[in-house]
Write a protein that binds this ligand. Structure first.
Ligand SMILES: [Co+2]
Length: 431
């Protein structure tokens, strides 16, 4: 992407933020927040954490906004107390967990982690706002590069910092199309254009102090895919409901599978069963580490590992009209530092050594894509990057494809397993 078009999309985002800011001031933030979370607005009100709401308060806010000229242009300008809205609350399943919701001890334990939870909530609020903006702006005929820049620049503009290791993209914005289920984002020069009949998985991460929100939806224009989308959305919500402290991973997969595979979709006169993509999984999330080592299957797989108190999980499910199995192929865009690489693997190539330092300085262990290297001024890095992959210091994540001609869909949320209850932190009024 040329410097000029990049500047243009940054302008567009800034203009958008400006508009948002005016709209929010006029409508008063508390009312807006309620509209954002119809399912659990009452709860937040009851706890009085995020909904102040009195007339006087509105006026005060209005005044503050009109005076405000310098300072943050990011999300924090809308939350001047630094407290971000909570997600949807649900009880941990099982009778053994009943005491958690009321027991003082669990509440005490939970409070010790409150700053981490707040970071997650901030990332989730950025995610909700950016995806809302994206859904309004994405139209057939747009280049995939424009779509990803729109979303990524949106996240950056809200992030209150230019330091990519403090906050910003948690991983590259995936825009995988049709039979491609995951890990496609355009590289520079990619001329792919979004078509009216495409099924696009928009999967992007937002991190705040390394706390990563991993959340995705499927975007379509043609309503013939509605049943496919509905199957996957319900499957993901089933996984979210089933998840919780002490729950076995295989049991979550089993429930997801049952719901997903109860659907079929008719496309152009032919009926297809909706299949789970059985080799794609949800996962736990650790600080700065998108895949924390546990996988949440979307089929019954016999894994009796249990979810534990305090963990964060991405619950994601994928449905397909194809085989229900993906393989990696095609030009790679996604990479990440390999955390289990041997500590002192020798790098002979000087250029590769330098590139590794650049990666560590800019992304740490967060996944990145080639465009992220471009935007920090790297060029002609492919040989060096491939050298790092071969040496096992960097892992590559090629696009994951089901059979050509089929359609795949995805929905994903991040959930926090508080000692008390679970919080679907990335929940919005959209999904
Ligand atoms: Co994920």
């Amino acid at each position: 992407m040329s410097e000029e078009t990049k500047a243009k999309s940054v302008e567009a985002v800034e203009e958008k933020l400006q508009n948002l800011s005016t709209k929010e001031t006029a409508a008063a933030a508390p009312a807006d927040k309620k509209a954002d979370h119809p399912e659990h607005a009452g709860e937040e009100d009851a706890e009085g954490k995020t909904a102040p709401a009195a007339e006087g308060e509105k006026k005060k806010k209005k005044k503050k906004k009109s005076k405000k000229k310098k300072g943050s242009h990011g999300i924090s300008q809308f939350y001047t107390d630094g407290v971000y809205p909570q997600g949807e609350w649900m009880d941990h399943p099982g009778d053994g967990n009943l005491k958690r919701t009321t027991d003082e001890e669990y509440r005490y334990l939970d409070n010790k982690n409150s700053s981490a939870w707040n970071d997650y909530r901030k990332g989730a609020e950025i995610h909700r706002r950016v995806r809302k903006m994206a859904k309004e702006k994405i139209k057939p005929g747009m280049k995939m590069i424009e779509i990803t820049e729109l979303i990524e620049n949106g996240v950056r503009a809200y992030s209150d910092t230019n330091d990519t290791k403090k906050a910003g993209m948690g991983f590259p914005c995936g825009v995988s199309l049709n039979h491609c289920a995951a890990h496609y984002t355009p590289n520079a020069g990619d001329k792919t254009v979004l078509n009216y009949d495409d099924v696009m998985k928009v999967d992007f991460g937002v991190h705040v102090n390394g706390r990563i929100i991993d959340c995705a939806f499927t975007h379509t224009f043609n309503d013939k895919y509605d049943n496919l989308l509905k199957a996957v959305k319900e499957a993901t919500n089933t996984g979210i409901k089933a998840a919780g402290i002490d729950v076995r991973l295989t049991d979550i997969g089993e429930q997801i599978e049952e719901v997903m595979e109860s659907y079929e979709v008719e496309l152009d006169g032919k009926t297809y069963p909706v299949k789970c993509i059985r080799n794609l999984n949800g996962h736990n999330i650790k600080d700065f580490q998108i895949h924390g080592g546990k996988s949440v299957p979307i089929v019954k797989n016999g894994d009796t590992t249990r979810m534990e108190e305090g963990e964060t999980f991405a619950i994601e499910t994928f449905g397909s009209t194809g085989k229900g199995y993906v393989v990696g192929s095609g030009e790679c865009s996604h990479y990440a530092k390999n955390l289990s690489a041997p500590a002192n693997a020798p790098i002979r190539l000087e250029r590769a050594k330098k590139l590794m330092t650049t990666i560590e300085n800019n992304f740490g262990s967060l996944p990145f894509c080639r465009r992220y290297l471009d935007r920090i001024g790297e060029d002609k890095y492919l040989l060096a990057l491939n050298t790092l992959c071969k040496a096992g210091l960097v892992s590559d994540y090629p696009p994951l494809n089901d059979t050509r001609g089929c359609y795949t869909a995805q929905y994903e949320h991040t959930i926090l397993l508080h000692p008390t209850r679970k919080e679907v932190v990335s929940r919005g009024d959209d999904y």
